[in-house]
Ligand binder design. Structure first.
Ligand code: ATP
Ligand code: MG
Length: 659
């Protein structure tokens, strides 16, 4: 096996210059400009953010102070005294500024012929109606509303309607089970739940309302359940509790104007439970002024969103990515956001590329897991379509391995488009570390540099910045407007999780290293970092080396206790469709990793697996793999966010002993 085509992260030296075309009107046009913005933000952070907040948003009342924060006390307030409304900023103000008839949301349903386009005026009317419905049901400022819905426009309407009346939404991804839904509703004590009869997915109708009925058996806070008719399936409706969306919205008595509530900058905007890769989900709380400023700011700079763009983020609105980059960021800027109900591989693996061509998408933002799965299907699917409308590509969710990066760059980007690899978290509200498409020279697999104003650093256990290429803790040393303001109902968990380890810093929980050129390489969660004979290794780097082997489709590595080395590496490997498991291949993969990273990274055990345990957002749950590797066959903790619980039994059956 030739070593020349190995693409892993440790020896990734290629640099891709940003495109020179279209630079003149880009929001950030060069590295010089990027550096100027950084200096400006470092010298006067409050001035920098105040300027962005005033430029990007309309405030009913100007703020009195920019930042009041004590990170050690977990007390953070942005734009105090300022009053604003999110729906007003995302909709109403655009009506009088020439965007009344512009497409706000282009919705592509799962069936090809299901397309709906909402102009800002139409969006306004839909959101006002539903806001009035919520008000008529007694929902008031500060009340929580849970949303458990497919990717249909009504989900965006419901989110925006909540913000219009000052209710706090909590979106629960529709792929979650009844138990997960129940936990999340109970945690925030929602008064109303909005849902749909069923979800359309890969040509099937997957019932949703029955999960709701099961969940609501033990959710006394929920007074009303509003149901969207999406799939037209027969479902039981509980009298007095369940109401149809379309009937409520058609009520002629409704106040169709529904004025916007004037919210304080620090009033809670939404609660979102993290995806659950590492244990009991946390109800991350975001507030109004800072979050919206940050969502709009990052959408504008990182994607270089322009007025005539069609912008498509493929995430589900049930994740923070959908909140910030399908709904709030693009709409606050008056952009056109495409929303897709279906999956990338149905009815065929070119569905995404078909949609790109159909709507002439300009900006496309997806996850490495999607890229890897489409890459496996072969390039004939991408070549069927005209992708020439694209100009910026994005990636989020986990480190993108160079192999997938190159495929994305070559086959989707025609070998010339910038890829913004965006590092951030539910907690950060928006993108923190990312290239700017017309400024930053790219290195495949690196999220590159912190955005201006973001003081991200890699530090050792004492909080001191580490030297080049030394791994450490990824932290943020200065507050930013989009940061979370709490863990719902648990201030102590909030303080402990994020602010306790390093005085005056935000701890992300991820590990990273900075190379000699200042590029940041995120290594994955610190809980997942493996320590072999004192050498700390990120899972991302070992996995990246494995995935670079042509026979490997996907890989996950974890540490397992080892008497001599402390830990040794246990690798789970899913093979490409046409590959067979064999001892030869196992040996070859071990050699491959050894040559690539070094003997220290050689997997002690390689288990071939048909599937890996993933969260509903497609992230590998390594804590479960760690337990299986160490011989545990029960007590997997909270597995309610697992997308396919069946894989666990298969993995336990296939477990290999140390030889
Ligand atoms: P939980 O916190 O409940 O375990 P989670 O961390 O998966 O779940 P998210 O907030 O959706 O929930 O994901 C954020 C995490 O995803 C980051 O902390 C990081 O580990 C990973 N991540 C996201 N984007 C990138 C990226 N571009 N590069 C590397 N890692 C990324
Ligand atoms: Mg997390």
């Amino acid at each position: 096996m030739s070593q020349t085509n190995i693409e892993s992260m440790l020896d990734e030296k290629r640099v891709f210059e940003p495109p020179f075309a279209r630079r003149d009107n880009a929001h950030v046009r060069s590295m010089e400009q990027y550096r100027e913005l950084c200096s400006r933000a470092d010298e006067d952070p409050e001035g920098f953010w105040a300027e962005r907040a005033v430029k990007l948003l309309d405030w009913f009342r100007p703020f009195d102070s920019v930042l009041d924060a004590d990170m050690q006390q977990a007390d953070i307030r942005w734009f105090s005294g300022g009053r604003l409304n999110v729906a007003y900023n995302c909709i109403d103000r655009h009506l009088t500024r020439g965007r009344r008839n512009k497409a706000a949301i282009i919705w592509q349903g799962e069936p090809e012929e299901d397309v709906r386009v909402y102009t800002y005026q139409m969006l306004h009317d839909e959101v006002c109606r539903f806001a009035a419905v919520l008000r008529s049901l007694g929902v008031k400022k500060g009340d929580r509303v849970s949303l458990y819905m497919p990717m249909i426009p009504e989900l965006a309407f419901a989110m925006l309607a909540c913000t219009r009346i000052g209710a706090v939404h909590s979106v629960v991804f529709a792929g979650f089970s009844a138990v997960s839904l129940q936990n999340r509703i109970q945690d925030c004590e929602a008064k109303v739940l909005v849902t749909a009869d069923a979800v359309l997915r890969a040509g099937r109708r997957i019932p949703l309302k029955n999960n709701v009925d099961e969940a609501l058996r033990q959710c006394p806070s929920v007074e009303k359940c509003i149901v969207v008719r999406r799939a037209g399936v027969d479902i039981p409706m509980e009298a007095g509790r369940d109401l149809w969306w379309d009937e409520l919205a058609a009520d002629p008595e409704l106040d169709a104007v529904c004025p916007c509530e004037e919210m304080e900058s620090e009033d809670p905007l939404f609660i979102l439970y993290t995806s659950g890769s590492t244990g009991r989900p946390k109800g991350v709380v975001h507030t109004t002024g800072g979050y919206l400023t940050y969502a709009a700011h990052t959408t504008q700079w990182v994607f270089d969103l322009q007025d005539d763009d069609v912008y498509w983020c493929t995430a589900d609105a049930g994740w923070i990515t959908g909140h910030s980059y399908i709904v709030y960021g693009p709409l606050a800027l008056g952009g056109t956001s495409l929303m897709f109900e279906g999956v990338p591989t149905w009815p065929s693996p070119d569905r995404f590329w078909h949609i790109v061509q159909k709507f002439r998408v300009n900006i496309f933002y997806t996850a490495p897991t999607v890229v890897r799965s489409l890459m496996r299907e072969g390039v004939e699917w991408t070549q069927k379509h005209d992708l020439s409308s694209l100009r910026v590509l994005g990636s989020v969710g986990e480190p993108i391995n160079p192999e997938a990066w190159m495929w994305y760059h070559n086959y989707i980007g025609g070998g010339k488009l910038p890829i913004v690899d965006t590092w951030w978290q539910t907690e950060t509200g928006g993108i923190m570390i990312s290239a700017l498409p017309y400024a930053t020279p790219l290195k495949p697999g690196s999220a590159t540099f912190p955005l201006p104003g973001i003081d991200a650093a890699v530090v050792d256990a004492e909080g001191n910045a580490v030297e080049a290429n030394q791994g450490g803790y990824l932290v943020v040393r200065r507050p930013w407007p989009g940061m979370l303001r709490g863990v719902y109902g648990d201030p102590e968990r909030f303080r402990q999780t994020y602010f306790e380890r390093f005085a005056g810093m935000y701890e992300s929980g991820d590990g990273a290293r900075v190379d000699e050129d200042g590029y940041i390489w995120v290594m994955g969660r610190l809980d997942d970092v493996i320590n072999v004979s004192g050498h700390r290794m990120g899972t991302a780097e070992v996995e990246s080396a494995l995935v670079a082997h042509p026979a490997v489709a996907e890989a996950a590595v974890v540490g397992m206790p080892h008497a001599v080395k402390g830990e040794s590496i246990y690798a789970y490997v899913t093979l490409a469709a046409d590959e067979d498991e064999s001892e030869e291949l196992r040996a070859e993969l071990r050699t491959w990793v050894r040559k690539e990273i070094g003997p220290i990274a050689t997997p002690e055990v390689i288990q071939f697996a048909d599937g890996l345990p993933k969260t509903r957002s497609g992230k590998i749950m390594r804590r479960i793999l760690r337990k299986i590797a160490s011989g545990e066959t029960s007590e997997f903790g909270d597995t309610s966010t697992l997308s396919d619980p069946g894989v666990i039994t298969d993995l336990i059956d296939g477990r290999l002993e140390l030889t």
